[in-house]
Design a protein around this ligand. Structure first.
Ligand SMILES: C[S@@+](CC[C@H](N)C(=O)[O-])C[C@H]1O[C@@H](n2cnc3c(N)ncnc32)[C@H](O)[C@@H]1O
Length: 214
């Protein structure tokens, strides 16, 4: 969970100023009330996603892990009027809250287990960007889908890819920790995929980005 006292985030928030989407303060209040603030992305990640979407002219996004629609709202703000986001969430309460928070015809919120939806409803879709921010052990599976369904010139973005520092441990320690080894596999697989040029933006929690150039 991101600490709300992170000074970088507070500073980025102050720089964003008027660029804050109007719904964000209300969603933040709901997250605070339900003791979920910090599970969502922070202002630093929001600014990075906005930068990537606008500079790469992203038009179609798949998000895995909607929660209350905080990151979805930021990404909708960055998308052009004809853009589109599909966001996946398996927790019923989170999905319903996101439905209340997002009233935008460009966004489709799908309820259910992401792996199942990817293999069925979304098996023939292509996206300019896939943003992965859900259950950590499934990141390698989400990556397999993302690498094959991101268009040339598109990006795969994964949040929390330092896994709270666990991926920095010695290889044998990482291997014994199922979540850390899944996250290490995610980073290693994306970096090894020759269709992509990849990097990790060293945010507090790690944000891995792969750009598909083949
Ligand atoms: C870190 S939160 C997402 C935060 C959101 N992206 C944001 O920044 O506002 C992760 C979400 O993924 C959801 N999730 C966990 N496992 C899932 C699965 N198998 N399929 C779909 N969603 C899942 C959780 O219920 C939770 O709401």
């Amino acid at each position: 969970m991101r600490k709300n006292t992170n000074p970088v985030d507070a500073y980025v928030k102050s720089l964003l100023g008027e660029q804050l989407p109007s719904q964000i303060p209300a969603i933040e209040s709901q997250l605070i009330k339900d003791d979920l603030l910090g599970i969502n992305i922070g202002f630093t990640e929001a600014a990075i996603l906005t930068f990537l979407i606008k500079s790469l002219k992203v038009e179609t996004i798949l998000e895995i892990g909607t929660q209350y629609g905080y990151s979805t709202t930021w990404m909708l703000e960055a998308l052009p009027p004809h853009g589109r986001i599909i966001s996946l969430e398996k927790d019923e309460k989170h999905h319903h809250q996101a439905q209340k928070n997002i009233q935008d015809g460009r966004c489709e919120l799908l309820f259910g287990d992401a792996r199942e939806i990817l293999q069925t409803r979304l098996q023939n879709q292509q996206f300019d960007m896939v943003f992965i921010d859900a259950n950590k052990k499934a990141y390698p599976d989400y990556l397999t889908y993302a690498c094959d369904h991101v268009k040339k010139g598109g990006i795969v973005v994964g949040d929390n890819t330092f896994l709270f520092g666990a991926v920095f441990e010695a290889p044998d320690v990482v291997q014994k920790n199922a979540m850390a080894s899944a996250m290490h596999k995610f980073n290693q697989t994306l970096f090894a995929d020759t269709r992509f040029v990849s990097c990790i933006l060293p945010t507090v929690e790690g944000l891995t980005v792969g750009y598909r150039n083949i």
